[in-house]
Design a protein. Structure first.
Lengths: 497, 323
């Protein structure tokens, strides 16, 4: 490890309602690989966005190569030598490798583009990195791994001195990861400072020199990788005090019947061989880090996305679910994590949204019976304590928590017994959150069965009777609330298979 | 202004429609001032003739626009309906009643075709309707061997279909048109079909995830549209007798203009049948006025073009403000 090239000190950043970064410190030395770790929402990405000029910091200082700097655009950061290799590749498939690498700063020849020179320059870059890729090849013909290497080559071509890798290995195969690590070691030798964001604990041990851990927007600490264990890191990641009482024991009787059984469900890369059972009156928590495949699993069960294989049983009967229509007929309701896009029709009223899934029950003859529609909507406004001036109010005018209640009403009016709540409290304020929790408990007591996907550890521990943990599309653990702790869950969520 | 907007009666009718009614009256007054021949029953009857067929086109396309789609084939499909059914009547001796049914069927089939491709193949409606516009034109030309078709005059034995628009000076067409408009309004606002059509125009994915067969309902909007286009064809020939193959596209713009002027949003999810009706009257009066003042039809094309742009811009601007 060489001298310090980058120091971020006391970085503070707030968004409306969220203190995203609370006086965070971070430094990178020349020729080191520095891991940045933390749960979802810990502030890793925000910190890197502040560094590369996507966000402006509220306070704090960034010292780069001995000078205080503030980048206003990613372009400025790039020009200074701070580049980010994104998790999602930003490549244009129909262009060649070289054209992608030099996009926005093409070599010109007269009024045309000098492709020959670009190919030569790209070849030089690849040589430096010991990568074997033809610069004239069309980007879409390359594997994801090779495309990632082109991203790295593009980063190097900016004369990068600090390179940030944002979950670079997520889409790579074993062999490709090996190759990636070879390149990273090469870059380290060239005295480049590397920030490595990843959830894969084993990789952290293999490739990084130091680990900085963040939690809930704060800086927790920095460790030397070879002197610490996986447990040390996990303890730092989750070591918060839980204020709300976690559930200590399951409220589901031992002999509760299985209402939903999912067997070897497969749907693309994000859902691989997932099996689990849901009991009557149970709240089954689905925990995991971002991109673990929980939402994808829920959508596949609900028929919102096609599945490739797997069996679903409802009350012991095998069912075919190929569309949300089928799922709703089976009594499954799905509350999406993205209410505005998938949950509500904003230009329609509370009443109209409430009956959306069960409209046929409110049709007499040819016409919709608005009286009975309004009556049932009003009943649910009262029983869920939805705050709205009337059932004629457009849902666009309601707050997030109340919109959520309208979506819940929709499934209750449809009389669904199995409810999938995907991040039910995302973007909802604390008071409304507690109301949703109470409501979920009440529904479970009444015999509804709930799958609750949540990225908030406290929410998982507070609400679940049992917890399924997923990691990279696979189920990596299942644990009763009695044995569950932040550490055990995080251990499963970061398990390498 | 705010106070007027909050008035319960104004709120119920909609400020937009009240303004549009004002525009209609003002236009009539201006035309009467500019041309001494404008006042009187004759011009109004003539404007109404134009309003009938255009009105049915506009009612139809309102359903499609409510889903967030668009149909640029309505004008040519109307001509195709009139040509095929007219050719059956005049050249093959098909009875008049059957011909009228054929006219409606042709329109409906185009609706089925457009709707199926848009909803089930998920091809953009813009492209589909552009293609079926050409198919309609070509099909009509082939069927009639590129000849124009003249429907029977009122004095002919088969001329009674002209009673659909007027008997003596009584505007029967107006009554029929209003009846259809009321039916459309009921479908749109009080039936399951209308509820789903409007909802999916606003947020299709949310409706799909509610377990609703969105494809079926989206397709239905196009079928309703096609059927009304087939009816429009009957009112066209009842007013203007002769149809020529290869035309009809100019009516697309006018029908869409009538619709968006009335407050139906091109983004989908919001539609007003009463607005469409008033919008159609504005367009019909405009065309009559332009002709009465001695300008060519070309000026009308320019003006309706501008109306579409302004109305759509107004819609986009209101949306942006609300967000």
């Amino acid at each position: 490890m060489g001298d310090i090239i980058l120091t971020m000190k006391d970085i503070d950043k707030s968004f409306p309602g969220v203190h995203a970064l609370d006086h965070v410190n971070f430094e990178v030395r020349k020729g080191e690989v520095h891991a940045l770790m933390g749960e979802n929402g810990a502030g890793k990405s925000t910190l890197m966005k502040v560094l590369t000029g996507i966000y402006t910091k509220d306070s704090g200082s960034i010292v780069y190569e001995g000078k205080e700097v503030e980048f206003h655009t990613t372009r400025e950061a790039q020009d200074a030598g701070v580049v980010i290799v994104h998790q999602e590749l930003n490549m244009l498939g129909h262009l060649t490798v070289a054209q992608n690498i030099f996009i926005g700063r093409e070599f010109k020849k007269g009024i045309g583009i000098d492709d020959k020179k670009m190919n030569e320059e790209a070849a030089k870059l690849f040589e430096k990195l010991h990568i074997d890729i033809d610069p004239a090849e069309t980007m879409s013909n390359l594997t994801v791994g090779k495309q990632q290497m082109c991203e790295i080559a593009k980063a190097i071509s900016h004369e990068a001195k600090v390179i940030i890798f944002d979950e670079p290995s997520a889409a790579l195969t074993e062999a490709e990861i090996e190759e990636l690590f070879k390149i990273i070691r090469d870059l380290r030798k060239q005295q480049i400072g590397i920030v490595y964001i990843s959830h894969r604990m084993d990789e952290i041990k293999v490739i990084t020199d130091r680990v900085t851990v963040m939690r809930d927007g704060t800086y927790v600490g920095t460790l030397i990788t070879k002197d610490c264990t996986k447990d040390d890191i996990i303890n730092m990641m989750v070591g918060r005090v839980i204020y709300e009482d976690p559930k200590t024991q399951s409220s589901v009787p031992k002999n509760a019947p299985v209402v939903l059984k999912v067997e070897n469900l497969n749907a693309g890369r994000m859902v691989q061989d997932v099996s689990f059972e849901l009991h009557k009156g149970e709240i089954l928590g689905f925990s995991g880090l971002m991109g673990a495949g929980r939402t994808e699993t829920a959508r596949a069960i609900f028929g919102a996305d096609p599945k490739t294989s797997g069996n679903i049983y409802i009350n012991g009967q095998k069912v075919e679910i190929n569309s949300p229509q089928d799922a709703v007929k089976c009594g499954i309701g799905y509350l999406s994590e993205d209410r505005k896009r998938f949950g509500i029709v904003v230009q329609k009223s509370v009443a109209e949204n409430s009956t959306m899934a069960a409209l046929e029950n409110f049709v007499s003859g040819l016409f919709i019976n608005k009286k009975s529609e309004n009556k049932i909507a009003q009943e649910y406004v009262e029983s869920l304590a939805t705050k709205t001036p009337s059932v004629d109010q457009l849902v666009v005018n309601l707050s997030g928590g109340n919109q959520q209640k309208v979506v819940i009403a929709k499934w209750l009016i449809r009389n669904c017994d199995i409810l999938i709540f995907d991040e039910p409290t995302r973007g909802i304020d604390v008071g409304a959150k507690n109301e949703i929790y109470k409501l979920m408990n009440r529904l479970a007591e009444e015999g509804k069965s709930i799958i609750m996907i949540s990225s908030e550890m406290t929410e998982i521990l507070r609400m679940s009777d049992r917890i399924v943990v997923m990691c990279e599309g696979k189920k990596t653990g299942e644990i009763g609330i009695e044995e569950a702790s932040q550490e055990t869950i995080m251990n499963m969520a970061t398990r390498e298979i | 202004m705010e106070k007027i907007k909050q008035n319960p009666i104004v709120k119920k009718i909609g400020i937009n429609r009240i303004v549009l009614c004002g525009v209609l009256i003002l236009m009539y007054a201006i035309f009467c001032m500019l041309s001494d021949k404008f006042a009187g029953i004759q011009r109004i009857m003539s404007a109404l003739n134009y309003a009938y067929f255009l009105g049915f086109l506009s009612l139809g396309v309102t359903f499609v626009i409510a889903t967030g789609g668009i149909d640029f084939s309505i004008g040519p499909v109307m001509f195709c309906s009139a040509l095929i059914s007219g050719y059956c009547l005049t050249s093959y001796g098909v009875p008049l009643v059957v011909s009228l049914i054929i006219s409606i069927l042709v329109g409906m089939l185009f609706g089925v075709f457009n709707g199926y491709l848009v909803a089930y193949w998920t091809v953009p409606p813009f492209i589909i309707s552009m293609a079926s516009m050409n198919i309609a034109k070509g099909l009509a030309s082939v069927f009639t061997k590129t000849q124009s078709v003249s429907w029977p005059q009122s004095a002919d034995a088969n001329g009674w279909y002209r009673n659909f628009i007027k008997i003596g000076n009584f505007p029967v067409g107006l009554v029929i048109f209003i009846v259809f408009a009321v039916i459309c309004s009921i479908i749109l606002n009080q039936t399951k079909a209308g509820r789903y059509i409007l909802s999916l125009g606003s947020n299709k994915e949310a409706v799909r995830l509610s377990g609703v067969n969105v494809k079926k309902w989206e397709m239905l909007a196009y079928v309703i549209c096609g059927t009304l286009v087939g009816i429009a064809a009957i009112f066209f020939v009842a007013a203007y007798t002769t149809v020529q193959p290869g035309y009809g596209d100019t009516y697309n713009n006018e029908a869409i203009a009538g619709c968006v002027m009335g407050g139906t949003s091109m983004a989908g999810g919001l539609a007003s049948i009463s607005g469409t009706v008033i919008g159609v009257f504005v367009i019909a009066l405009l065309q009559e006025g332009i002709l009465a003042l001695g300008f060519s039809k070309d000026y009308q094309l320019i003006i309706t073009g501008i109306i579409v742009i302004v109305a759509v811009y107004a819609d986009v601007a209101t949306r942006r403000r609300k967000n």
